[in-house]
Design a binder for this molecule. Structure first.
Ligand SMILES: CCCCCCCCCCCCCCCC(=O)SCCNC(=O)CCNC(=O)[C@H](O)C(C)(C)COP(=O)(O)OP(=O)(O)OC[C@H]1O[C@@H](n2cnc3c(N)ncnc32)[C@H](O)[C@@H]1OP(=O)(O)O
Length: 123
């Protein structure tokens, strides 16, 4: 798994308990996964289709630096499935993990369309 993105946890990222807001980290993951998948396929016409169980393993707090890791699980016909782990950059403690995030390559009408990719187009 490669960890491409780092984030500094800032005041606007916190929830009422003083820890990282779950919706914020999910938004970061969706964006990071979309970039990762478009790099894997060399195509940008993608939609997020499915996310498996989201496991909030531990929390992060103000001033923490976290990193977001992505790994390809499977190239399908029109789909690609990736796995995600978010962890503390320094302690490596896992904050959140999602085993399957599925993106679908779509045509101009938004219908599933074969991507014809079986291995990463680029890293
Ligand atoms: C380098 C290049 C430059 C790039 C430069 C730009 C880069 C910049 C990138 C920006 C990237 C944008 C990323 C936006 C990310 C959003 O924000 S998208 C918004 C949220 N998502 C949506 O609105 C999607 C709404 N859903 C839909 O439109 C339809 O459900 C879909 C996605 C078209 C699929 O339709 P469908 O009838 O379910 O399709 P179906 O044929 O049954 O299945 C298609 C595939 O999905 C799989 N699938 C379907 N359901 C499931 C399920 N529940 N679980 C798992 N897999 C499933 C199927 O197995 C099938 O896979 P394959 O066998 O073809 O591999």
């Amino acid at each position: 798994m490669n960890f491409y993105s780092r984030k500094l946890i800032k005041p606007q990222d916190m929830n009422a308990h003083g820890t990282l807001f779950g919706g914020t980290v999910l938004s970061w993951i969706d964006e990071e996964a979309a970039i990762f998948v478009s790099c894997q396929l060399g195509k940008g016409n993608l939609v997020t289709k499915f996310m498996s169980e989201i496991d909030f393993v531990s929390s992060a707090t103000l001033g923490d630096i976290i990193e977001i890791g992505m790994e390809t699980v499977k190239f399908g016909k029109s789909s690609i499935t990736v796995r995600c782990v978010v962890r503390n950059k320094f302690s490596k403690e896992v904050i959140i993990k999602i085993d399957r995030i599925v993106f679908v390559h779509v045509d101009e009408e938004g219908r599933p369309s074969p991507h014809n990719i079986e291995e990463p187009a680029n890293k």
